[in-house]
Ligand binder design. Structure first.
Ligand SMILES: [Zn+2]
Ligand SMILES: [Zn+2]
Length: 376
């Protein structure tokens, strides 16, 4: 008898998948199935596991991926090639489809193979389900008091490795906007891994006033996908507030540029005259200034407006600048020209500066939704 006509012993589902009623198939219990050794009998149980793993996640849509023990797919291929069968659905697609159907019924959620909120990877070998959720990109604007750094910084003792001093976190135990956001967004989303993009930065001693400085937090593998528009976090140094919060449609591939108004306290090395102040005012009206960036090509930024008051050698300056122009250098003139020092013809040093208004220029640009072919 030619080898193709050997009777294959298959379980009910495997037989159906290979075309059903061929006399060459003998229907047997799953564990005796030539292809799956009982994998298909686990579909119901693994669907229940998948649904219960998915339940803590906030989701509208999901997809199911499947892995099967070594040899299963190979035996199906072998059977198909020997019997010259052209099945379109493989054991993996069939298992994934059946699991998805049952999970959908249990959770009342829809399947989306392109951009699901949650992907359930069902491992029939390990009899386990791994959940991976699509990252959330949360946009907001923060305000902060003086004495709170924007970013957290590494522990000076261990440089990030973790030690007694930093309670094994690797970071300084100092209040920061980033630390506060990590804490709060982590609690809201269930995400343990986040990355931040800031539209510019300021000093630890700078206050940031409303409407605040924009940021985008990427929350990886979040359980929750909805967030409040406004929230606050009380720190040792005062209150960090977030407003205008929203979830972005997807990963931004380009973020807006920005300009901002800053209030600067500065000290001049000589008394500043009213004439010099009015010169400052008229010199900077949408004026391009060159910034010789260290280790980088020089860049040109715009100074929109400068007003200043003086009391002796003390200056209070209000300036509107393009994002990316460092305030302290614009005052001192180090690598920046023209600068406050240059126009006043005296050395001026910035003591502190606050951020009053940050205005976004342009829009967020998002990655196009890539249509991924359904994998087998
Ligand atoms: Zn089978
Ligand atoms: Zn440490």
């Amino acid at each position: 008898m030619p080898v193709e006509l050997e009777a294959y012993r298959l379980c009910r589902r495997c037989a159906e998948r290979e075309g059903g009623g061929s006399p060459a198939f003998e229907i047997v219990p799953g564990r005796d199935c030539f292809i799956c050794y009982g994998v298909m009998d686990q579909v119901e149980r693994m669907s229940k596991v998948a649904a219960s793993r998915a339940r803590p996640y906030q989701l509208r849509t999901f997809s199911v991926g499947v892995s099967v023990p070594d040899g299963v797919q190979e035996r199906e291929d072998e059977l198909r090639s020997r019997m010259k069968l052209k099945g379109s659905e493989t054991i993996k697609t069939q298992a994934a489809r059946l699991v998805a159907m049952q999970v959908s019924r249990e959770l009342g959620k829809k399947v989306d193979r392109q951009r699901p909120d949650v992907n359930l990877l069902v491992d029939f070998g390990a009899k386990d389900v791994t959940v991976a959720s699509k990252p959330v990109f949360y946009y907001g604007r923060y305000t902060k008091p003086a004495g709170v750094a924007q970013r957290r910084s590494f522990c000076e003792e261990c440089r990030g490795a973790g030690c007694r001093k930093c309670r094994n976190t690797g970071y300084r135990r100092k209040p920061s906007v980033e630390g506060a956001l990590r804490e709060k967004l982590g609690r809201l989303s269930g995400s343990k891994k986040m990355t931040f993009t800031w539209l510019g930065s300021e000093d630890e001693e700078s206050r940031v006033y409303p409407p605040g400085r924009p940021f985008v937090a990427e929350l990886k593998n979040p359980r929750k996908r909805r967030f409040p528009r406004n929230f606050g976090a009380r720190l040792k140094g005062g209150l960090v507030s977030v407003s205008a919060g929203r979830v972005l449609p997807s990963k931004p591939v380009r973020i807006p540029s920005f300009r901002f108004v800053t209030r600067i306290k500065a000290t001049a090395s000589t008394r500043v005259t009213p004439e010099a102040l009015s010169e400052l005012h008229s010199r900077f009206i949408r004026t391009p200034v060159t910034f010789e960036r260290p280790h980088n090509r020089p860049t040109v930024k715009i100074v929109y407006k400068v007003t200043a008051k003086a009391r002796g050698k003390t200056l209070l300056i209000e300036a509107e600048l393009d994002g990316g122009l460092p305030v302290k250098r614009f005052v001192s003139g180090e690598l920046v020209s023209p600068s406050v020092s240059e126009v006043l013809k005296t050395e001026v040093g910035c003591r502190s500066f606050d951020v009053l208004r940050v205005r976004e220029i342009g829009e967020f640009v998002f990655a196009e939704v890539t249509r991924v072919k359904e994998e087998n």
